[in-house]
Design a protein around this ligand. Structure first.
Ligand code: CA
Length: 234
């Protein structure tokens, strides 16, 4: 029998925390919980979790800071942020800090379980994908999330590596934002905000892989279609 997936739930509202614990135990997870930021951080840094479900507003230490500190130690740690429904700017900032996904409260438990399973599938599936991507003088190893250009080392987030893997695996075919949201993010369908999420990640990727991010030659926009990755030299 395969090992149970380990989940850390950091949530200060007791009914939600207990509800999440029950829900994921029911779905076969091993669940640990923390009711405040400092406890959550301590557990995240000392334990081994397949995924962290992280509330944004927490006593002692907010979810953004916690996410940041966890990423500083292990940038591949899968994290899903739980946010207030209207927190548009917060969501964007959370994604910038590298959360793998976010779920707005109040959430449907079915949706949350699907999102968790999608993130876990991707983090496991990533190893099966194209491991090494060559982009001119830049070589990106998507397993250890590191790019090398000469002696320069460039860190990539798990999400960025997954985008590159997906585009590289499609050999120069343009891929739509909707397809990226479905295949890389695991969304069932897109919304305006989520399409913008793709663009934000593409912009971040260009700053890492392009010689001139303002004039991209590798990760190009195909007008009205989406994005294409050129792995061959033009
Ligand atoms: Ca809270």
């Amino acid at each position: 029998m395969s090992r149970k997936s380990r989940l850390l739930v950091v949530e200060d509202e007791e009914p939600i925390r207990v509800g999440l614990e029950d829900l994921f135990v029911f779905h076969g997870f091993e669940v640990e919980t923390a009711a405040d930021g400092p406890t959550g951080l301590a557990k995240a840094l000392t334990g081994t979790f397949d995924l962290i479900l992280l509330d944004l507003m927490l006593p002692g230490l907010d979810g953004f800071t916690l996410c940041d500190r966890v990423r500083a130690q292990d940038r591949s740690q899968p994290i899903i942020m739980l946010t207030a429904r209207t927190a548009d700017a917060d969501i964007i900032q959370g994604l910038r800090l590298g959360a793998d996904d976010y779920v707005a409260k109040p959430f449907s438990v079915t949706e949350l379980v699907l999102r968790v399973q999608a993130v876990l599938r991707r983090s496991g599936a990533l190893e099966e994908d194209l491991a090494l991507i060559r982009l001119g003088d830049l070589e990106v190893d998507t397993r250890n999330l590191t790019g090398r250009r000469g002696s320069e080392e460039i860190p990539f987030t798990r999400r960025e590596a997954a985008i590159l893997s997906y585009l590289a695996a499609h050999g120069g075919r343009p891929v739509s934002r909707e397809e990226l949201l479905t295949k890389v993010w695991g969304y069932a369908r897109n919304a305006g905000l989520e399409t913008r999420t793709v663009d934000i990640h593409i912009a971040k990727l260009r700053r890492k892989i392009e010689i001139d991010p303002g004039d991209p030659r590798r990760l190009v926009t195909v007008r009205g279609v989406g994005y294409r990755l050129h792995t061959e030299d033009p």
